[in-house]
Ligand binder design. Structure first.
Ligand code: ADP
Length: 267
């Protein structure tokens, strides 16, 4: 007898030769717990993804009806509704982009990226891309890279996605008039560490272990309002795993969070 959550499939076979009287049987037990859990997770994922898509679809359908009927001749209302509809379409596009990204990474989960990557180039690219957003949220964005930082072993595009997600989150959850600091340093002899630190809401400790699960959010309404899909950290975790790296999350509610990615360094 195993723990109650264990799934076991048993096959029982008579052994006709070994026991002419039929008193002996071969019992084969298959532990299918992991398989069942994976099936359940997949079913939950499909249900969650469908639900996330259904909400903006329902919103769009509602606005189309209103535009066809009561708001047909109301120019101001029409403009406002079209703006909201564009936002809903954008939300669906982001969600589908993230879903496709996750599925692409999963397909190559066991291949190990092996190019020497200058991480300061990746980080500069990401910061350039997000500088405008930082400005609009009144958050300063700083980069510091230790001199003589070894190259990382990895994939340029995937590492860009990792830091884009982490810096984007830091900007989303930072308080206005604070600084998001991105820093890279060597770690021991064969790794480098990149930290993204914000002075934002912080995350209560009980949420930390589940933060990288797909669609897991501390505050779903806030995440959606900030344009989040709930998939960013799941994508980060998958890519970091594929790089044989590690993701460490430190957070103090009310003070801020630091997400640190450790990557193998090139020789
Ligand atoms: P989302 O698209 O909702 O931001 P993520 O997978 O990127 O999804 O993050 C999951 C959740 O983790 C977020 O909804 C948010 O609650 C929390 N989170 C992520 N980054 C931060 C951060 N820098 N500060 C506070 N909370 C964060």
């Amino acid at each position: 007898p195993g723990p109650p959550e264990l799934d076991v499939v048993a096959h029982v076979r008579r052994l006709p030769r070994a026991a002419a009287d039929g008193s002996l049987a071969l019992i084969v037990l298959h532990d299918t717990t992991a398989l069942r859990r994976a099936e359940r997770m997949r079913a939950d994922f499909v249900a969650n993804a469908s639900h996330e898509l259904k909400t903006p679809i329902a919103g769009l359908a509602g606005f189309i009806e209103t535009l066809r009927g009561p708001a047909r001749d109301d120019t101001a209302a029409r403009e406002r509704f079209l703006g909201i509809m564009a936002e809903q379409a954008d939300r669906m596009r982001r969600l589908v982009d993230d879903l496709l990204m996750l599925s692409r990474i999963e397909q190559h989960e066991h291949a190990r990226p092996d190019t020497a990557i200058e991480i300061d180039r990746v980080l500069k690219g990401v910061l350039d891309l997000l500088q405008l957003k930082a400005g609009s949220r009144k958050v300063a964005l700083e980069l510091s890279v230790e001199p003589d930082l070894p190259a990382a072993v990895g994939d340029y595009d995937e590492l860009t996605i990792v830091f884009q997600n982490l810096v984007d989150n830091a900007l989303k959850y930072a308080k206005p008039n604070t600084t998001v600091r991105v820093s890279a340093r060597p770690m021991g002899r064969d790794r480098i560490a990149v930290a993204v630190a914000d002075e934002g809401d912080g995350i209560p400790a009980n949420h930390l272990p589940r933060l990288t699960e797909r669609f897991y959010r501390v505050d779903a309404a806030r995440s959606r309002q900030l344009g989040g899909t709930g998939l960013g950290l799941a994508i980060v975790k998958h890519i970091v795993n594929r790089h044989r790296g590690r993701l460490d999350i430190q957070s103090t509610p009310g003070k801020g969070s630091t997400f640190t990615v450790m990557l193998p360094a090139a020789d």
